[in-house]
Design a binder for this molecule. Structure first.
Ligand SMILES: Nc1ncnc2c1ncn2[C@@H]1O[C@H](COP(=O)(O)OP(=O)(O)OP(=O)(O)O)[C@@H](O)[C@H]1O
Ligand SMILES: [Mg+2]
Length: 442
């Protein structure tokens, strides 16, 4: 409970936490040493010094008391006081007790003087901080005695504290510099991992402490294995697709030689569907979403996609935001393919289709909407996975494909540092938003 509350005030970043771990003991040691030092020095040392001053002071007061008359007492006090380092005025003014609030050692001076010499009355440490002025009762009236403060207090007692704080500060700076070298490799590892998540392989060199190196090595192993798996999948997929093409072509040829009746036409349609699917597999396997990015005008790309739909006699409402005329670095072929997939889905499931393109952040967003049945919220994740077709029966008469369209679009978005999100459209059907972060050209 308490720790959770405390957590809110603790730094979140690794740097902040490391600094806290570093600073907390340094500050604690300084505090402890300061308190102990103050106690010892101001109390004990001051007390000892005051006791040694109280001896000649007591002797002086005794001598004054022993004088036969006030005149002799004043004379004796004057000469003896001068010899012992005291200025004596007899009779003197009354002295009020006074001490500055931060004069910590003064407390000990006052306490000790009162304790050792009962004749001492008021003690003034505040009037002139370089002097101690006190009143003492004598048989010849009150005497006023002054001596240097340095005789009862150590000089420059704060020096140790100042040196300690300075040294602590210096050591902290040095420790911070060393620490930064330890933390940078962790940050690098994070960058490499998140870049890979966005489909980019950045060079990563093992650096830093053993544990960080171990984590880095694990990451590199994982990345290599994922890459290997991807290469294998690609190989398999393209191998199978490629090998299927030849018998498909033969089938097509055979069908074209047969009599032109209803059954044969149906079979020819199935073969054409299969051919299309095989082509889709091949495209997906080739993974054309990697490669160089070139500056491309998003509005032109959207116009091309809408034009393609127009050529097969389907209307697409196009909404181009003014900012979409500025070029954005992207892999144009892959992006066009992704948008095309979204538009084709919309055309297949709806009658009205809207394609909007607008700048977003440093990149661009393509939004495709339709008035079809849409996809229920709990099945959207599933629809994005490769080779999944929701409700295959429904799709089939609408010419559904391999179930790769959304997977490819999502992969393209991810490789551009963006994402594909499915939602509800105001038109009544699905709303698919493809966002791309601006890639650096090259
Ligand atoms: N606009 C849409 N409206 C309703 N359902 C959709 C829409 N777009 C996609 N879906 C559903 O999501 C599933 C997956 O779509 P995806 O584009 O990945 O595959 P596909 O269209 O079946 O095949 P392919 O695109 O490879 O030819 C589709 O089978 C369909 O059920
Ligand atoms: Mg599709």
């Amino acid at each position: 409970m308490f720790f959770r509350w405390l957590k809110r005030f603790l730094p979140r970043g690794l740097y902040g936490r490391a600094m806290l771990i570093l600073l907390a003991p340094v500050v604690a040691v300084q505090l402890v040493v300061s308190v102990v030092f103050l106690q010892r020095h101001f109390d004990r040392v001051t007390e000892q010094m005051t006791r040694s001053v109280a001896i000649p002071l007591g002797y002086l007061l005794d001598e004054i008391a022993a004088a036969p008359d006030p005149g002799a007492a004043a004379a004796r006090g004057g000469t003896l006081g001068a010899a012992l380092g005291f200025t004596v005025t007899l009779p003197g003014d009354p002295v009020a007790e006074a001490r500055l609030i931060y004069d910590l050692s003064g407390r000990s001076v006052v306490r000790t003087l009162h304790e050792v010499l009962p004749a001492v009355g008021g003690i003034d440490l505040a009037g002139d901080t370089g002097l101690v002025r006190l009143a003492a009762a004598t048989p010849h009236g009150p005497a006023e005695i002054t001596f240097r403060r340095a005789r009862v207090s150590a000089s420059n007692p704060h020096q140790l504290l100042v040196i300690m704080v300075l040294a602590g500060f210096l050591l902290t700076v040095v420790a911070y510099l060393f620490l930064r070298n330890q933390l940078t490799p962790i940050a690098r590892l994070g960058e490499a991992a998140s870049a890979y998540g966005r489909g980019r392989i950045v060079p990563y060199r093992l650096r830093g402490a053993t544990e960080v190196r171990a984590a880095g090595r694990a990451f590199l192993d994982m990345r290599a294995r994922l890459e290997q798996a991807r290469a294998q999948r690609t190989l398999l997929l393209s191998g199978v697709s490629h090998d299927l093409r030849t018998p498909l072509t033969r089938l097509k040829l055979g069908l074209s030689l047969m009599d032109d009746d209803e059954d044969v036409r149906a079979m020819a349609r199935d073969v054409a569907d299969m051919e299309q699917m095989v082509d889709a597999f091949l495209d997906y396997a080739r993974g054309e979403w990697t490669g160089a990015a070139d500056p491309t005008v998003p509005a032109d790309l959207a116009r091309r996609v809408a034009g393609n739909a127009g050529r097969v006699g389907r209307e697409v409402d196009l909404a181009v935001a003014p900012g979409a005329e500025a070029p954005v670095p992207m892999r144009a072929r892959a992006v066009e393919r992704a948008v095309e997939n979204l538009v084709q889905n919309a055309l297949r499931h709806g009658t009205r289709v809207r394609l909007a393109v607008a700048p977003q952040g440093g990149g661009v967003a393509f939004t495709v909407e339709d008035d079809g049945p849409g996809i229920p919220a709990d099945r959207r994740e599933e629809a994005l996975a490769p080779f999944t077709r929701l409700d295959p029966a429904r799709n089939h008469d609408r010419g559904g494909g391999a179930g790769l369209g959304l997977a490819i679009a999502s992969e393209v978005a991810r490789s551009h540092g963006g994402s594909l999100t499915l939602g509800d459209s105001a038109l009544g059907g699905l709303r698919a938003e493809l966002t791309l972060a601006g890639l650096s050209a090259g």
